[in-house]
Write a protein that binds this ligand. Structure first.
Ligand SMILES: NC(=O)c1ccc[n+]([C@@H]2O[C@H](COP(=O)([O-])OP(=O)(O)OC[C@H]3O[C@@H](n4cnc5c(N)ncnc54)[C@H](O)[C@@H]3O)[C@@H](O)[C@H]2O)c1
Length: 273
């Protein structure tokens, strides 16, 4: 199992307090690594770190860093280098997870009503934020003698268009029908572009960069939605929340030492159809 160990590896996770971020952090701990949690709320992060330390009894870092703010990323990167002396891995996970809006009056998720402000906010977190993390943390990984691994979290919706029929609500007129917003497709496809770029940029320094394209995760969705969704998934179910831990450990560890620039679907086969 040494192939999969993350022992002595300092690995940053963005959006670490979110639904999947928490699972990524646990995966790193299970494999013996040192996760550095980045998210927006220091109190939430501190509580999370405290709870994890009780279970895993190991070093864990946690910082409030808004990844869309260059100065914050820069300062945090300096602090991490001072404290740990190196960075081995980065999981670019943070993104706005746009809720599919249901409204009685105007539906702001629909393209014809979608604001430039929301467009900018969504692109800022997932694309500008990832770019800034690559610029600072990624660069430090490229200075690491052993190189390292960068994993970007895209989505099945980075590979296929959202099927808006999944969100259809009977009785609502077309102008109010809920939809997955356009920015989700844009940022999740953009993350794949970033992955390919980085996979060649520092490859000679042994920095690998791969993307995971997860399918939808069980999170108290309505049974009506789940029934429609699983019709489109060959395995006929959504993912469990901890079901991406294995692929993450694999991509961060030397078990995947020759895997670079790969866009890995983890979606129960949804994008095979
Ligand atoms: N949940 C799913 O079903 C699913 C499916 C496929 C892909 N994904 C992807 O997985 C990733 C995580 O999704 P999730 O469901 O855990 O989302 P989530 O909304 O639960 O978590 C996102 C986290 O990012 C943080 N964040 C937002 N803006 C930030 C910023 N500027 N700086 C730092 N942190 C910031 C939020 O505070 C939050 O904790 C996303 O990239 C999402 O697109 C999720």
């Amino acid at each position: 199992m040494d192939l999969f160990t993350l022992k002595n590896k300092i690995i940053i996770v963005t959006g670490a307090s979110g639904l999947l971020g928490r699972e990524h952090v646990k995966a790193i701990l299970i494999a013996g690594g040192t996760p550095i949690l980045l998210d927006l709320n220091q109190n939430v992060i501190d509580k999370q770190v405290e709870e994890l330390k009780l279970i895993y009894k190991t070093e864990i870092g946690g910082y409030a860093v808004d990844i869309t703010k260059e100065e914050q990323v820069k300062v945090n990167c300096l602090e991490l280098m001072k404290k740990y002396g190196k960075i081995d891995g980065l999981v670019n996970n943070a993104a706005n997870n746009p809720k599919v809006e249901e409204s009685e009056e105007v539906n702001f998720s629909r393209l014809e009503n979608f604001s430039v402000e929301t467009w900018t906010k969504d692109l800022d977190v997932a694309l500008k934020g990832t770019f800034l993390c690559l610029k600072y943390y990624g660069f430090q990984i490229s200075n690491n003698i052993e190189g390292g691994s960068i994993v970007n979290i895209s989505s099945d919706l980075g590979l296929i268009a959202p099927d808006q029929r999944l969100y259809y609500k009977a009785g609502l007129k077309e102008s109010l029908q809920p939809v997955k917003p356009i920015t989700y497709s844009v940022v999740k496809t953009g993350v794949i572009g970033l992955t390919k770029y980085i996979s060649t940029y520092w490859a000679e320094k042994n920095v690998r960069c791969n993307a995971i394209c997860p399918g939808g995760v069980e999170n108290n969705q309505t049974s009506d939605f789940v029934e429609k969704l699983i019709e489109r998934i060959p395995m006929r179910r959504m993912a469990k929340q901890n079901e991406y831990q294995g692929v993450l450990i694999f991509l961060l560890s030397s078990a995947s030492s020759y895997i670079n620039g790969a866009i890995i679907s983890a979606d129960g086969g949804r994008t095979a159809w």
